[in-house]
Design a protein around this ligand. Structure first.
Ligand code: ADE
Length: 410
């Protein structure tokens, strides 16, 4: 649906006003033009914060092209504002899978110099479609799933250009994955259901950084949180963080809400649906819509209807019902507004600096998956201190000297 331009402008202005780190970078880009003459193709969740990133890159001289990272995550108002600003944007909320794929294809047809990806769909298309680096200097990657795909390409020896793993930068995963996913997942669940968390048994599948965030926020709202894990170390970490840890099969019969954040497939499937508590809500915050098996739900349910926007009721033969939120797509963006603005300020500041790094050095960088250069991570941290109301102590000369005695020692 065509977005409302005025509302789009307001949303983008609001985001920019709360993204001081990215705005500082935008002002520098405006004078230095690090992307002059370059095309930047991005496949991202297209919403107001993403628009702020696109505008910062554009201020740096880039011809910015943007396509949706998911068919349900687009904010059409933000698209209207982006188009007005001259960013070629291919995204519409609820678009068909073929329109979604066409959008990504258009990003490649733009013959980009730098790629910004969230989930590695554009990088995958280069490797399966064109199979040629062209003038691509490199790509940056936003999310855990995308990094997993990039590392698989690297291992196979088939990676065509350097990639920067923004996801694993400290200023990204410690905050975006934990506090961003923690808050925005709940935002999506609230918007879809308008139900209470307090007193509910909430099962969180996966205790990576995203799972930690979701579990802690659910507990903060009075949920009785159970974590499921396949990794023994993470299972113990969750237990010592104070959560019950059970198998999904044990947890499902008492679950009022299940949230998947594993990055894996069919985490909730037929065997769990057979024992699921009546009325259980099912939500996914992982990148792909594969964590809750819709195939099994469709196969087992005797009826299926939409009961609210973003809530589908499935009824099993014995009368039990379950409610799938946002079609099993990432609930935080499909039903909510994505991560809080201040969090995306940090993540997108890293994206902007990493894209600049590739524009400057990509042609001579080794073809592998690189971490974000530590000095960029630190620059973002330093720029974020004052806006977040944080001040640091500094080491006294005696403390510097004290620490120096250990340096270089074994
Ligand atoms: N907004 C834009 N990109 C996002 C992402 N990857 N996760 C959550 N919110 C976002």
């Amino acid at each position: 649906m065509a977005g409302d331009l005025e509302r789009g402008r307001q949303k983008v202005d609001w985001a920019r006003a709360h993204m001081p780190v990215l705005e500082g970078i935008r002002r520098r880009f405006e004078t230095e033009h690090p992307f002059r003459g370059l095309t930047l193709s991005a496949v991202l969740h297209v919403e107001a914060k993403t628009a702020a990133l696109a505008l910062a890159l554009q201020a740096g001289g880039a011809d910015v092209r943007l396509a949706a990272g998911n068919p349900l995550s687009t904010d059409d108002d933000a698209v209207a504002a982006l188009k007005e600003a001259g960013v070629d944007t291919r995204a519409e909320k609820g678009e068909s899978i073929s329109a979604f794929r066409d959008g990504i294809r258009a990003m490649l047809e733009a013959d980009p110099d730098v790629i910004i990806d969230d989930g590695a769909d554009l990088v995958a298309l280069v490797h399966t479609g064109r199979k040629d680096r062209g003038k691509i200097r490199g790509s940056t990657e936003e999310t855990t799933t995308g990094v997993t795909r990039l590392k698989a390409l690297e291992r196979s020896g088939g990676l065509l250009f350097p990639a920067i793993d923004v996801n694993d930068a400290e200023m990204k995963h410690l905050f975006d994955n934990r506090y961003g996913t923690g808050q925005s997942t709940l935002d999506g669940i609230f918007s879809a259901t308008n139900l209470l968390v307090a007193g509910k048994v909430c099962v969180v599948a996966g205790y990576g950084w995203c799972g930690k965030g979701v579990a802690s926020r659910l507990r903060g709202l009075g949920g009785e949180v159970v974590v499921t894990e396949v990794d023994p170390v993470r299972a113990i970490e969750a237990r010592l963080d104070g959560f019950a840890v059970r198998s999904m099969l044990d947890a499902a019969p008492t679950a009022d809400l299940i949230v998947t954040v594993t990055g894996n497939t069919h985490v909730v499937r037929a065997e769990h649906f057979r024992v699921l508590k009546d009325g259980c809500l099912l939500a996914n915050s992982g990148h792909f819509d594969v964590e809750i098996s819709r195939t099994d739900l469709d196969g087992m349910a005797v009826s299926h209807k939409t009961v609210r926007p973003n809530v589908e009721e499935y009824r099993f033969p014995d009368g039990r019902r379950t409610y799938l939120l946002a079609e099993g797509r990432l609930v935080n963006l499909a039903a909510g507004q994505g991560h809080p603005v201040e969090i995306m300020d940090l993540s997108f500041a890293l994206q902007a600096l990493s894209a600049e790094h590739l524009a400057q050095h990509g042609r001579t960088m080794a073809i592998r998956v690189h971490p974000v250069p530590p000095e960029l991570d630190r620059r973002v941290a330093e720029a974020a201190l004052a806006p977040l109301g944080v001040s640091l102590d500094t080491l006294t000369p005696a403390q510097v000297q004290y620490m120096a005695q250990w340096e270089g020692g074994s």
